[in-house]
Design a protein. Structure first.
Ligand SMILES: Nc1nc2c(ncn2[C@@H]2O[C@H](COP(=O)(O)OP(=O)(O)OP(=O)(O)O)[C@@H](O)[C@H]2O)c(=O)[nH]1
Ligand SMILES: [Mg+2]
Length: 317
């Protein structure tokens, strides 16, 4: 993190608004957890554990948080229930910064990889195509030449949906007809992007194939074909997870990361859900950084994930 915080007022407002349901949920539970209590004792800690688990933070991460709070309470002797939110905010923020993943500072890609190739993966409906559209918009806004590749050839409307985004954002797209070989689309996209001096290439992939093994084999095939054009591509395999599914998103991340190499995560649909606590569990559990969060369907509704900002928004006053 640099000395200056580039956390603009608008960004904070979008984040606060997007997380409002999760926040309401956590706070109403917290209020019940400490009702009639002035001091953080064992009973409050038990209730707190339940609050975190039922807020989709996940069991392992919850236990880590409770352990930290216990230590603080033991050390500071008397902690009032009023101080609990601040304590939670601090301990969760510290826990997340201890997991060795760095937050990105802005929408940017390494200058020395040209084009920088991002392959977007995830099960159907999680928000892959939408996230690609939003990313293309942000990269373009940052002055990058962006190319999109429509390698989800499985579903009829998939190519069309990405075409609409490419027009909305104003970036070129490489496509073939439905049912064609996704690896061939990826090959064409990278060739074209390379020939035209693109900075970033984003490849969409199918979320649903005949079965899971097929899907993983397909992803491997796409990757291998990419290497024929750019030997170290893809530079980033971005796994998109639907945050509104709570613990399901966590399970998907487990399964996907076990089956294929993933090096960045995006958690979408945090607006309109009370399950946003799942981001805390995912960020704590995986050694893969949560890079982006989706807070709506619009072009502007994607943010670079920042642990501290996220926890502050959730537990801030
Ligand atoms: N509210 C909200 N909706 C979102 C967000 N991201 C995506 N969506 C919506 O979720 C739905 C599915 O998004 P897609 O981008 O089509 O998902 P996909 O992963 O490409 O789906 P497949 O191509 O079927 O695998 C769409 O209606 C999107 O508008 C988000 O951050 N917030
Ligand atoms: Mg799609």
């Amino acid at each position: 993190m640099g000395i200056f915080s580039f956390f603009s007022k608008e960004k904070k407002e979008t984040l606060d608004k997007g997380l409002s349901k999760t926040k309401e949920n956590v706070f109403s539970k917290l209020t019940r957890a400490i009702a009639g209590k002035s001091k953080v004792d064992d009973e409050v800690l038990d209730n707190l554990e339940e609050v975190l688990i039922t807020s989709d933070v996940g069991v392992d991460t919850t236990l880590k948080i409770i352990e930290r709070i216990e230590k603080r309470v033991a050390r500071d002797k008397y902690v009032t229930t009023q101080e609990l939110t601040t304590l939670l905010r601090d301990e969760i923020a510290t826990l997340l910064t201890e997991n060795n993943t760095e937050d990105a500072e802005s929408f940017t890609v390494p200058e020395d990889k040209k084009p920088y190739v991002i392959m977007v993966v995830g099960v159907n409906g999680v928000g892959k195509t939408t996230t690609i559209g939003k990313l293309a918009y942000q990269f373009k806004k940052a002055g990058k030449n962006v190319y999109l590749g429509a390698a989800d050839t499985f579903r009829a409307a998939a190519v069309e949906q990405l075409v609409i985004w490419s027009e909305r954002v104003g970036v070129p797209i490489v496509k073939q007809k439905m049912g064609s070989d996704p690896a061939s689309v990826a090959f064409d996209t990278l060739s074209s992007a390379k020939a035209n001096g693109a900075d970033v290439v984003i490849i969409d992939t199918a979320g649903r194939l005949h079965n899971k093994i097929n899907l993983m084999n397909e992803l491997t095939k796409i990757k291998n074909v990419m290497k024929k054009v750019i030997p170290d591509a893809p530079h980033e395999v971005l796994l998109v997870l639907d945050g509104s599914t709570g613990q399901n998103a966590f399970e998907q991340a487990k399964q996907f990361t076990a089956a294929t190499e993933v090096n960045a995560l995006a958690v979408t649909k945090l607006d309109g859900t009370a399950k946003g606590g799942v981001v805390i569990g995912i960020s704590d559990h995986f050694r893969i950084p949560v890079k982006y969060i989706g807070l709506g369907e619009g072009m502007e509704d994607l943010q670079v994930f920042n642990k501290k900002e996220f926890v502050n928004s959730l537990f801030g006053e």
